[in-house]
Structure formats: structure tokens, C-alpha cells
Design a protein. Structure first.
Length: 332
């Protein structure tokens, strides 16, 4: 027990900044965001590249009717073939694929930034919750002696004939109410410590003094004027870029794709072998119910993101205004 007490005494009080740093290191959600970001970066390397070539082999001009049916040597045109075919998507499609991948990387980075900011806020809120609950509990504990003294005074006045039984009952009731408040404050402290423990894994017995909450790191007018620069809004900007890139990709589907195939044919002995070169091109002729539908859908999705972005901007502006007003009210 003495060793444990000594170890507890050696642990310095936990400051707000130290709690935030520890929470950032230990947050599994940030690890998940890092993995998602790395996945998007790997995908961006792949985007826009040519697909893998295809290997083909078979038999060409194989007779199936008499004379010479089912024989590889009965007809001089029969040959065994092997070849390779390469599909070449259009330049517009490959460029759109690269743009979409780059936008997705930006979106993953923005999500990581927003998540990191959210973790900072939640760890800070948890630390402040523990600090505030501890302060409240200390203030209530300071009233315990005064409450006990008030009960003694009421009883003395009753014995001296200057007080009444009602005064004694009232003082005792106030003492019981204070005891209940202290019990509730103890529960609040434990609940707040549980919230902080979720982020840190363990919470020291004592917290350091709170920083000066009378000063904001950023001026209130700057907070209200630069809504789009704030972390929760950065994700929306990147989502809009992803929607634009997806729309460009859908439009690129109207451009034809190309394919090139080279085939070598082995014929019967004493006959010349054959080489075949073919070039193909897709024909996006009937686009009304295919490419046009996809473009229309991507346009609607882009418009939806734009409208949701504007709604999020208004909500963020409201949140900042409410928080600034509340902070100013607490200061007054």
C-alpha cells in the first residue's frame, strides 16, 4: 500500500494540454483515419493507369464438316493462335479517374483533420468536465462544517429558549440536502473521470490548475468570419471536389475507348505462319439510357452535396455564434 501511495504521489497533476496530447496519441479513431488516408493514396497511384493486358490463345479456321472435319492438318487455313490484347481507355476517362482519386485523397485528409479536431475537443471537454466536477465537489465540501455548525447553533438556541424545534428541523434538513448534493457531486466526479479515462486509459488522482478561460485563442469576430476554414467545414469542401470529379468521370464515359490486339498463328508444316493485328474502338452511340443517365445522376448528387454544404455552413455559423454568446455570458 505504501509503494502504491508513493507511486501515486510521483504522478504529476494532469494539465489540459498534456491530456489533449495523450488523447491524440491513443485515439483509435485517428488510427483508422490514417489507414483510410493511406488507402486513398495507394488508390491514387493506381488511378488512370492502363488496365492489364489479356493473353489469348485458341484455334482459328478449324474445319468441322467433311472433308477433313476435326483435323488440324486437313486445311491449310487452320492454325493455332496465341496473342495479346490491350484495352486503352480514352484520355478523358483516364484523366477523370486521376482527378477523382486526387479528390478522394483530399477528402480523406480533410476527414482526418476534422477527426483530429473532434478528438481534441472531446478530450478537452472531458478534462474540463473532471475539473469542473472536482471544483463543485470542493465548494460543497467547504459548506459541510458551516452546515454542521448551523445545526449546533439551532439546537443551542432551542435549549436556551430563544429558538424553536422548527429551526432545528430546518437546519437538519439543510444539512441532509447538502449531504445529498455532495453524494451527487461524487457521482458526477466519477462519471467525468470515466469520460476522460475513455481517451487516456488512466486518469491521475489530481488535475493541474485550469488555464485562463477568459481568453480565446482566436478572436470571436475571426471565428464568425472564417467559417469555411474551420475543421468541420473542410470535409465539405473536399466532398464537393469528389462530386465534381465523379461528374467529370461520368461525362468522360461518352468518349470512345480503344483496344489493340496482336495474334500469332501457327499453321501446318511447310505453310507460312500468320500474324494478325486488330484495332477496336467502342461506339457510345445509344447514350440516352446509359451515359446520359449516369451524367444526370452524378449532376444531381453534385447539387445535393452543394446544398448540404450550404446547410452545414449555416449550422456551423449558428454553432459558433451560440458558443461565442455563451462564452461571453459566462464571462459577464
Amino acid at each position: 500500500m505504501a509503494v502504491a501511495a508513493a507511486q501515486t504521489a510521483d504522478v504529476p497533476p494532469l494539465t489540459l494540454d498534456a491530456a489533449v496530447r495523450q488523447g491524440m496519441v491513443r485515439a483509435p479513431l485517428l488510427t483508422a483515419r490514417n489507414a483510410a488516408l493511406n488507402a486513398m493514396r495507394d488508390e491514387a497511384v493506381r488511378a488512370g493507369r492502363l488496365p492489364d493486358p489479356s493473353l489469348t490463345f485458341g484455334v482459328s479456321n478449324f474445319p468441322v464438316t467433311a472433308p477433313g472435319a476435326f483435323s488440324l492438318r486437313s486445311d491449310s487455313m487452320t492454325m493455332r493462335t496465341v496473342g495479346v490484347m490491350q484495352t486503352i481507355p480514352s484520355h478523358a476517362a483516364r484523366a477523370a479517374d486521376r482527378s477523382l482519386a486526387a479528390a478522394q485523397v483530399d477528402a480523406a485528409e480533410a476527414e482526418h483533420t476534422a477527426t483530429a479536431q473532434s478528438v481534441r475537443e472531446q478530450v478537452a471537454d472531458a478534462w474540463i468536465g473532471v475539473w469542473a466536477a472536482t471544483q463543485q465537489r470542493a465548494l460543497l465540501e467547504a459548506l459541510r462544517d458551516e452546515s454542521a455548525l448551523a445545526v449546533q447553533v439551532a439546537k443551542a438556541r432551542l435549549r436556551g429558549g430563544t429558538g424553536s424545534a422548527a429551526d432545528v428541523l430546518a437546519a437538519q434538513a439543510q444539512a441532509l440536502t447538502l449531504a445529498n448534493q455532495i453524494e451527487a457531486a461524487d457521482a458526477d466526479v466519477q462519471a467525468a473521470r470515466a469520460s476522460l479515462q475513455r481517451w487516456l486509459g488512466g486518469v491521475p488522482a489530481t488535475l493541474a490548475d485550469a488555464p485562463d478561460f477568459d481568453q480565446l485563442p482566436v478572436a470571436p469576430d475571426q471565428l464568425e468570419q472564417h467559417i469555411d476554414r474551420q475543421a468541420p467545414m473542410q470535409a465539405w469542401q473536399s466532398r464537393e471536389q469528389v462530386a465534381d470529379a465523379a461528374l467529370a468521370q461520368a461525362r468522360a464515359s461518352k468518349h470512345p475507348d480503344w483496344s489493340v490486339s496482336l495474334m500469332y498463328g501457327k499453321r501446318a508444316p511447310f505453310l507460312s505462319d500468320m500474324v494478325t493485328l486488330q484495332v477496336g474502338v467502342s461506339l457510345p452511340l445509344f447514350t440516352r439510357n446509359r451515359q446520359d443517365r449516369d451524367i444526370s445522376a452524378k449532376q444531381e448528387q453534385r447539387d445535393a452535396v452543394e446544398s448540404a454544404y450550404e446547410d452545414a455552413r449555416r449550422a456551423q455559423r449558428e454553432t459558433v455564434a451560440r458558443d461565442v454568446a455563451a462564452w461571453q455570458g459566462w464571462g459577464r
